[in-house]
Write a protein that binds this ligand. Sequence first.
Ligand code: AGP
Length: 368
Amino acid sequence: DSADKGGYRHFMLKEIFEQPAVVKNTLQGRLGSDHILEQSFGNGASDILDKVQSVQIVACGTSYHAGMVAKYWIEGIAGIPCRVEVASEFRYRKFVVSPGTLLVTISQSGETADTLAALRLAKELDYCATLTVCNVAQSSLVRESDLALMTEAGPEIGVASTKAFTTQLTALLILTVALGRRYAIDKVKEAAIVSALHSLPGTLATALELDDEICGIAETFADKHHALFLGRGIQWPIAMEGALKLKEISYIHAESYPAGELKHGPLALVDDDMPVVAVAPNDELLEKLKSNLEEVQARGGQLYVFADKQAGFKNESGLTVIPVPHSEEIVAPILYTLPLQLLSYHVAVFKGTDVDQPRNLAKSVTVE
Ligand code: AGP
């Protein structure tokens, strides 16, 4: 058993540390020196992508969070309308399908009942095509979709999804470029994204060097009952994923908010017993985020900020800064995921929970 864990104490930790390698595997065969290779998506991919005018993403749990990140990329960079919905809601709702809409499912297992039902429903409707971002080649979602963009994460054993998520994001960024080169992404922009993707595995490896430092702060979470995760813009879904990870393996109630929403309610929860985790890359929303965090500090909240080294945060009373290596802004959501995974992992280990098999949860939810 411990041999399968490659010397790591838990599968989850092994899978966290595999991320530089599996992200590299996911890029393999899909990138040229300055462009992406869209024929690697499957037969007839280019003809299908030519028809796409908008995107509907459907997924559950962590895979849904990957879809939320993709929405920022597809609308913000590719310039194409994109909607995202959890599959369990999508399948029971009446909605309007705009002409030329590509239905994208995202799933590690390819067998999640709600996501599969959403795909089957969509095939009866007027979507121009279906594409799945999936980790299991023989799965129902792959078999039943027109196109499959495989993530190359390898088997994920820990119930808490880690490497599946970051490889999904990698694949979705490639998809964004494939769609966007027909809209708002020109050759220069495409080359810049491809260059950021080429250096991504190395950047992820440097983030894993934070492991000891994160282990050092995790103990302060172990006796807490609640935690708040904050991000802004594309980092909000990363905060959502951080909160989901903490709840599912450490059983600490965690909520995520886009930081600008604090004053509309959740600020009332903040006191000196409430750890508040924030993701703060050096992007255009940094100054806005800083002023949101000052509101937390003023109420005695204990802040843990995962911040770009150039973002100007300093350790002080009530504020612990965990410096994250600098990266290209486009791949920052993938990078900031790793320290949040490590935080949840170490908190769960301090609490003594069953990290790889958390109570009440199954790895693949194949029944409704
Ligand atoms: C996350 O850590 C979960 N275990 C869960 O949310 C998972 O992502 C969800 O059940 C979807 O699974 P899938 O990716 O296999 O479809």
